[in-house]
Design a protein around this ligand. Structure first.
Ligand code: GDP
Ligand code: IMO
Ligand code: MG
Length: 423
């Protein structure tokens, strides 16, 4: 049985959590393959709103198993808090949540290192979520990391002490002043490790091989977005993992030939939170209106998201990188009420027209070339069928499908599970 993949095609926060939740009833297993608590995946249903950071977005469905793959980095403090926050739902975590023993741990000094690294960069900072993601992946690839499975062996504390010492030396070398109470952080960390130890820590690739063999349906859930990919994103303003389709293979142990559909999620416009280039960014009233109507405030950090028009140059690049088979357009409702809506079809760089995503993305040197569309006034949020869509929205969708050579199968018209229109 094949595995499907769902991932973001922009700079994150496309609405991945919502769509995983919508699709979960057709899958047996939902498996997160990369990232960590830098992610904030929002689900809304029955007038409730939940933001998940580490736990996959299928957790609210009665049947599906949710797996945290080896490619994920786990901060036990944030993770256990997430579990505790879900207590009112009586979820049986023993039945429904599996954690790869090969996932790496974020330890308290990873977070302090992240803060020290960002503080040392001044104006050039990445705008990290400060959750310790970069330092944790650095230790993973540097072969110094601590894996979840390590905590089953009492000698892991020696490893922990060595890593902590290395971190404290490094933090000193940054020569920045930071205030932190390591003792308090550690007390909480070790309390959470004890809880984590008693959850389902498994050999997840084996679990997934067997699941595939017995015909179970698996959906791999991505975090962040393709433009934050460590290799293909707007480096160095990226995260530290492979957010593109290949990350599902390395982050779960799924063979490439087992992947069937790749669902690419994008907003009907573009947002970015944190630093880095953004060619279609709007600094005017239109941008701030998008942020207000779209409620564009980070799910993890609360920071205001930068907003701009849809960027087809970037979107085509990401569709190619991931082999997207179906598109899902989110937050379409937010575009109602604008006189005109625009789509960037090419970049102008030094008087040259460029229609591929270039090596150097310098927003100051790139002028976005736009195609304008007449807007629509209708409120989409209570629509339930694509037949109700205003003509101008249909024109917008048809243009995108033609240019992107990929069908748009879902149009989302609001944050709630029910505000999802299949085409
Ligand atoms: P993720 O990180 O990709 O899961 O996305 P986030 O949850 O960080 O951000 C998406 C935000 O948009 C959340 O607040 C969602 O509740 C909200 N959202 C998702 N789809 C829609 C939609 O179609 N319309 C509107 N207005 N909000 C949406
Ligand atoms: P979800 O899964 C949006 C951004 C940060 C920063 C950069 C590096 O909710 O879409 P990091 O903490 O990884 O060192 O930050 O990446 N970033 C995200 N932006 N959505 C996310 O996740 C993000 N995760 C990281 O703002 O610019
Ligand atoms: Mg998010």
């Amino acid at each position: 049985m094949a595995v499907d993949l769902l991932l973001g095609l922009q700079w994150g926060d496309e609405g991945k959590g919502k769509i995983v939740d919508v699709l979960t009833h057709t899958y047996d297993i939902i498996a997160r393959f990369q990232g960590g608590p830098n992610a904030g995946h929002t689900l809304e249903f029955d007038k409730n709103k939940h933001v998940l950071h580490t736990i996959p977005s299928g957790i609210f469905h009665p049947k599906s198993v949710n797996l945290i793959g080896n490619g994920v980095v786990i901060d036990p403090i944030i993770f256990i808090k997430e579990i505790e926050n879900l207590r009112p739902y009586n979820i049986d975590f023993n039945e429904k949540l599996m954690i790869s023993k090969k996932a790496h741990l974020i330890i308290p000094t990873h977070r302090i290192l992240d803060a020290a690294s960002e503080a040392s960069k001044g104006m050039a900072k990445i705008g990290s979520t400060l959750k310790g993601i970069g330092p944790a992946y650095m230790d993973k690839t540097g072969r110094n990391g601590i894996r979840v499975g390590d905590i089953l062996d009492p000698s892991w504390k020696e490893k922990y002490k060595r890593l902590k010492k290395k971190h404290l030396d490094l933090i000193k070398s940054y020569k920045v002043s930071l205030e932190f109470n390591l003792e308090e952080l550690e007390n909480n960390f070790f309390r959470c490790i004890e809880i984590l130890r008693n959850l389902n820590l498994i050999n997840s690739e084996k679990y997934l091989f067997e699941a595939q063999k017995s015909g179970l349906k698996i959906l791999a859930e991505g975090a962040q977005g393709s433009l934050l990919d460590i290799d293909f994103g707007t480096y160095p303003f990226v995260t530290s993992s492979t957010t593109t389709a290949a990350g599902a293979c390395t982050g779960l142990g799924i063979a490439p030939n087992k992947i069937k559909d790749v669902f690419g999620i994008f907003k009907a416009y573009t947002t970015r939170v944190g630093g880095g280039p953004f060619p279609t960014e709007l600094f005017d009233k239109i941008g701030s209106t998008m942020a207000n109507i779209g409620n564009e405030y980070g799910s993890t950090t609360g920071r205001t998201r930068r907003c701009g028009w849809l960027d087809l140059v970037a979107l085509k690049y990401c569709i190619n990188l991931n082999g997207v088979t179906q598109l899902m357009m989110m937050k379409s409702d937010v575009l109602s009420g604008f006189d005109k809506v625009k789509i960037c079809t090419a970049y102008q760089i030094d008087n040259r027209k460029v229609n591929y995503f270039p090596y150097n993305i310098d927003s100051n040197k790139i002028k976005a070339i736009y195609k304008e569309f007449p807007g629509w006034e209708e409120d989409l949020s209570s629509m339930t069928n694509a037949k109700e869509f205003p003509e101008n929205l249909n024109n917008y969708i048809n243009y995108l499908e033609k240019e992107l050579e990929t069908p748009i199968k879902i149009v989302s018209v609001g944050p709630d599970r029910k505000q999802t229109i299949f085409r």
